[in-house]
Structure formats: structure tokens, C-alpha cells
Design a protein around this ligand. Sequence first.
Ligand code: F6R
Length: 566
Amino acid sequence: MVYAGEILVRKDAGRIDEINARLKLESMPGTVGIAHTRWATHGAPTAVNAHPHTDCSGRIAIVHNGVIENYLALKKELLDLDHSLASRTDSEVIAHLVEEYLRRGEQLEQAFRRALQRLEGSYAVALVSSLSPEKILAARRDAPLIIGVGKGFNMLASDITALLDMTKEMVFLHDGDMVVLTASGYVVLRIDTGETVERQVKVVDLTAEMAEKQGYPHFMLKEIFEQPETLRNSLKLQTEYVDLLAELLDRGRTIFLLGAGTSYNACVTGSYLFSQLARLPTLPVIASEFIPNYGASIGVDTVILAVSQSGETADVLSALEYARMRACTILGITNTVGSTLTRVSRAYVLQNAGPEIGVAATKTFTSQVLVLAKIALRLARLRGKIAQYEIDEFNSWLSRIPQAVSEALTRVNEPVRRLAESKVVFILGRGVSYSTALEGRLKLMELSYIPCITYPAGESKHGPISVIESGIPVIFVAPPDEYRKLNIGSIMEMKARGAYTVVVGDALDQELKQLADYYIEMPKIHPLLSPTTYIIPFQLLAYYTAIVKGHDPDKPRNLAKSITVP
Ligand code: F6R
């Protein structure tokens, strides 16, 4: 808060209600203030890393949501200019940069704008200063920021849900906007040119609960449609941690990719990526089977990369504890900062997918695959298994994933009713698409409660094809890869036995299109990265099948979001 010519800061790490009870945030004096609940990306969730962050003089305080990608370079520059930075966050550099421009004689608003021009990455940032005690300065780029217009007051927030209890009149700031806010008004200007712009007030007629779901009837659907954005965030991983994981993986003699449920399925995708890109064989393993299957044979040269959205899954943690006692190297990929997995891992990477509320994992699966692909690429380079032009090419495929996922989200899914009426569904794939099939099966099964059978398509003749009879749906995951011809053979085989074949394949593959009873068109994508995009129709099919059958997609029966018992 800004009060009596000073900035008062209260902050801590922990649960919001406990911090509030301890620090009495609500009783802070003053009428101009900023606050932020930090979802840690850089630096652990500690009091010193909590927001707000202040400059050296204590005259400026900022809160920031997003990732400042060039913060290391900015931090070095500021340290060389004798600034002293207290935290390990990327955000703190913003306060000191503004201070630096003030030192050089700029006025506060201009200093803020100059500082913003130096930032690379994403931000919604708000600043208060004892130099201008009646104002809040704020700005956004690639992160949401909304003004709530009230009678006798104005507010800012990242999300309309935070404002709805106070006002329904909102101004949605555009990327590259900066705002100067007071209790009686606001001025919006462009960060790059400084020119002022008009932004319309919109009346948002939603309840807070509707707004939390952003107009979607369920969190699951919201999270499915959020994927282009979460994937863009996951693309902005801190490369130093990806490098560290790649180095430690490369030192192992035996490497396990360990997870449960969806996270295990991502491990299966990872094993194909590690093998095909980096020529590194790894063993994907279901967490609860790790000790019985491999416990007796692990040791100091074993590396385990554990994948867990929550970072708290009991089967994962007990496998890791067992492995730690035997001097294995533990690495982690998780979506949850401060989770047990982050504490037991020698090094970990955060997925940056944001909180997932729906019980069924959707956006966290695609982001896990993307993180694994980035590590695999790094490993390939480290091990000298890939030429520079191939690295560039693969990187450009990686950056196209969010767009491909957007396109996949527009595809209709007519077979829903047909699936909803089936007593069993087959989902088959070969190569990396086997992992897509595994995850497709899990989604369909946990939401529709229809038994699903998945195995690598080449296995049909070895037994399971005997189940096939007229009308049973068989869904093939068939991107245009080296298994295309074999897939055609498998589809014919199923058709000959009367199966109803659904094929998820490339939009331009006319031959497959003619062969399938129903064809789901996918955009062009590197076949090894296809799980990120080819899983989308399964997520949508699972969701709509649940709706048709009258199930709650956010809370499938017998399931919980985090399985903390073995
Ligand atoms: C499926 C699902 C579960 C989780 C599994 C592991 O939609 O959500 O199968 O994937 O319980 O959870 P994490 O990733 O938190 O270890």
C-alpha cells in the first residue's frame, strides 16, 4: 500500500488465508495498493521471492504475472549499475529498471514505459510509487490485464473473476497497452509510442462462478480449449533447467521415465522421442510397478525422470524414495511449484501449464509432451546425434504446435453418439501414436465409463482381434509417418470383420479418408510431435460422450485429482 508518503509491504509464503490471518493484510492503511498471488516460475515459493518487489530506494513496488525471458541479462546490467536485488525472481528487475530510468532523470510514467520497452517475455505488471501516491501504473503483454471501472474507485486484475463482486463494467486492455489508473479515471497509452488510445468499457453480465469457467460449462472444456495458450507458455521453458536435465540424463546407464495415469502416457511418448531424436533408449514405467519390476536392479548409475502434474502422487513418491535410498539420480517434470517432487528431485522443469481443475488431465498432458520433446532435442544435440539444420527444423515444428492444436480444436466429432452407445471401443496406433492411443483410451474410459482396448496396432493378430464383431468402433491414430502403409493394412483387417472404423489422420490424406467410416482431419505436424495434436479429438470425444451419457466431466466417478494414497 502507499500510505503517508511511504510504501508499506506485507508478504509471505504459504496459504493465502493463513498469511492474511498472520499479517492482517485487510487492515493495511491506505487506498492505493497492489497485491499478487505468486505462481512461482523463477525461484522457490519463499517470502523473499513473494510479490511485491521493491527497488533499492523503497519508493517503487511492483507485482508481475508472466515470465521475463531476458531477466538474467537485465539483472547483470542492474548489478553492474550498483542496484542490489533481494530475490531470485525474474520480476524484481522491473522495479530496479524503473528506478534506473528515474535516476537518469525520467518522470515516473516515462521511466515505467522505458523499462517496459526493455522487457522480453510476457507480463501483466502493476506498479505503485510514493512519488505518485494516488496512481497505479500497469501494462500488459501476452498476459491478461483488465480494468474494473467502479463508482468512485477503479481496479485492475488479471481475471474478471477477481473484479465481478465489485463491478460489472470492465475495460479489456490490449497487448502492448499501458494504463495510468486513479480512483477517478484512467488513461490508456501504447507502450511503444506513448500515444493515448481509447478502450471501450464493456458490461460483463456473468456470475463469478460462470466467469471462472470463462463461459465454458465445465473446467475440462475450458482447459481443453486453453491448450494453444498453455503450450505457448510451456514453449517458454527456462533453457538452463532443460539443459541440466539433459546433461544428467545423458550420464545415466539405465534411464527410467516414471509416472502414473496420463503422466505415464506422456512418459511413453517421451521414450519414443528420446530414442528417435537422441538415440537414447529409456524405459517408461508405471510408478506402482517400478519397485516390483526394477527395484532389485537399480543403483548409482540409474537416472529416473519422474513426470507428475501434481508432484504429489503417492506411487510416484514411494518409487522415488526407494530409488533415492539406492543413490539413483532423481529428475522431475511437474506442473506444481513447491510440490514434493520438486523437493526430492536433483533438478526439475516446470510445465507452466497453469492450474488444472478438471479431474481428467488434458492441458497438462500436451504440455508434458512438449517439455519432453524439448529435453529430447537438447539431448540429441548434446550427444551429437542431430545436425544443426535438423535442430532448427524441429524447433520450428515445436513452435507451430500451438497453432496446430488451435486447428485441431475446430474439428467436429460426429461419432460421439455412436461411441456413447458402444459396449467397447478399440483405440490403436503404431510408433509414437501408440502413446496417443493410450492417452485417448484413458480419457474416453474415465469420462464415458466405456471399456476401451488399446495396444500397438501390430498386435491385433496376436489375440485381440477375436473380440471384433460387427459395429464395434475401432479408432486408429494414423499420422502420415512410416507406419502409414501398415496402418492401412490394419484398417482393412478391421473393416473386413465389420468394425466401424474411425481414423484420426492428416487432412490431406485422401486414401485414408476414403477407407475410414469416419475421418477426423488433423493439421500438418511433425509425426513425432503428433501426440500433442492428435490427442485433441480424443479429449473432445471423451468430454462430449460424458455429456451425452449424463456424466459430470469435471468429476468422473471414483476419481480424485491427486492420488496421494498408494
Ligand atoms: C487422468 C489423470 C490421472 C493422473 C494420475 C497421475 O486423466 O488425471 O491418471 O494423470 O493420477 O497424476 P499426476 O500427474 O499428478 O502424478
